[in-house]
Design a protein around this ligand. Structure first.
Ligand code: TYD
Length: 204
């Protein structure tokens, strides 16, 4: 059986990645592909519990604790959902994955990037996305899209957003083959044209 594809969708809050993930899932399904949509934190099952703590807990959370919770969620997700699906030949579209921890906990919170890389590697058991989209937006666009109702992570402020955004751009420079940066201040349709172009190449 042919091995599937593992594609991750990344970017700072309000970048529009979930909309693009849904559009791509629809497009691929219409073209006969077997697609799974999933997300971090908070895939089906135990992931939902991690999500609840990570996004809604209103007490203090230490930066290292936060990192380990995202990583624990990831380990469960890779073992129970992502790996089995890729092995069955499915296309897995995942809303956030390892690069989120690098961008948010590494570049954003200031934790050691090498250590996060190592911990990510343990959490994924070495599995790497075949392709990653980074949807890049500026702070004004993000604020407009996120609106007033913010979760724990979205409430971290404009400086934090800028660190995360620049973090993503740095990460993308280090792995240009895997990571495609897409200017996402444009319309949904324009952004999706880019996504399709990259996917068509990957599926050739
Ligand atoms: P979510 O509601 O899924 O937001 P979005 O639609 O922007 O993906 O919330 C996920 C939040 O968790 C988001 O602010 C990014 C953050 N996050 C990290 O800080 N580290 C991680 O490793 C992951 C997976 C997410």
């Amino acid at each position: 059986m042919q091995k599937g594809l593992f594609i991750t969708f990344e970017g700072a809050d309000g970048c529009g990645k979930t909309t693009q993930l849904n559009l791509l899932a629809q497009y691929l399904e219409q073209n006969g592909y077997d697609v799974i949509k999933t997300r971090e934190p908070g895939a089906k099952g135990l992931g939902e519990k991690f999500r609840e703590i990570l996004l809604n807990y209103d007490g203090d959370v230490s930066d290292r604790c936060e990192s380990f919770l995202f990583l624990a969620d990831r380990a469960q997700h890779v073992d129970m959902i992502i790996k089995p699906a890729v092995e069955k030949g499915k296309i897995v579209l995942c809303d956030r994955h390892t690069d989120s921890t690098l961008a948010y906990q590494g570049y954003g919170r200031g934790l050691d990037l090498k250590q996060i890389n190592m911990l990510n590697n343990i959490a994924t058991d070495g599995l790497k996305p075949d392709m990653t989209f980074v949807f890049d937006v500026d702070i004004e666009t993000s604020n407009k899209r996120v609106g007033k109702e913010k979760d724990r992570m979205e409430s971290a402020g404009d400086d934090f957003f800028t660190k995360v955004r620049n973090g993503y751009l740095q990460i993308a420079k280090m792995e240009p083959n895997r990571i495609k940066v897409i200017d996402s201040t444009r319309s949904i349709d324009e952004v999706f044209e880019d996504v399709k172009m990259y996917i068509k190449n990957a599926l050739k």
